[in-house]
Design a protein around this ligand. Sequence first.
Ligand code: AR6
Length: 178
Amino acid sequence: MKSDLGESRIEVVQGDITQETVDAIVNAANSGLRGGGGVDGAIHRAGGPAIMDECRKLAGCDTGDAKVTTGGNLAARLVIHAVGPVYRDGKHGEPDLLASCYRRSMELALQHGCASVAFPAISCGVYGYPIPDAASIAIRTVMEFLKSHHGITRVRFVLFSDDVRRIFEHALEEARES
Ligand code: AR6
């Protein structure tokens, strides 16, 4: 599914984010930037050791923030390591922290001259965020950013499963209508 917003486009697709040919892919990292399972593990495996070499020099990353490394062997030039919140009950700042890591990722992409960025469903795996809520925050935050900044022309949400893709498509439809 695609949605045009002036000069920019949001796309929702099913796939493996490590295969994306965009300027930057976003990683769902942990605050130690230590690598791990899920999409983090997949990105480090596909991108090779150069990514971890740079992560080690970054001294971690706060929840709600993001940091940049090389894309190593990936087609993407950069990896933006974003740290989403661990979901408890939604009353511990999780929505703001999740929105913040999307916003910070977009800011960094822009600062590094990226015109295209791909996101996974940050916090929707091990970190347990309810996927419809996370999808709505992800789409709305990126849309808001695109309305007030120029330079990023393509944002792709690359979801691993068909179920999650459908939930993000629904969130995109809802955000377009509101
Ligand atoms: N491409 C796209 N999406 C993927 C891929 C892939 N190759 N692999 C998994 N996903 P998770 P989190 C989806 O758990 O919840 C790590 O250990 C997955 O199906 O990767 O933010 C980190 O080191 C899910 O929908 O990230 C942290 O410690 C989504 O990516 C912690 O997990 C996010 O799931 C972060 O947890």
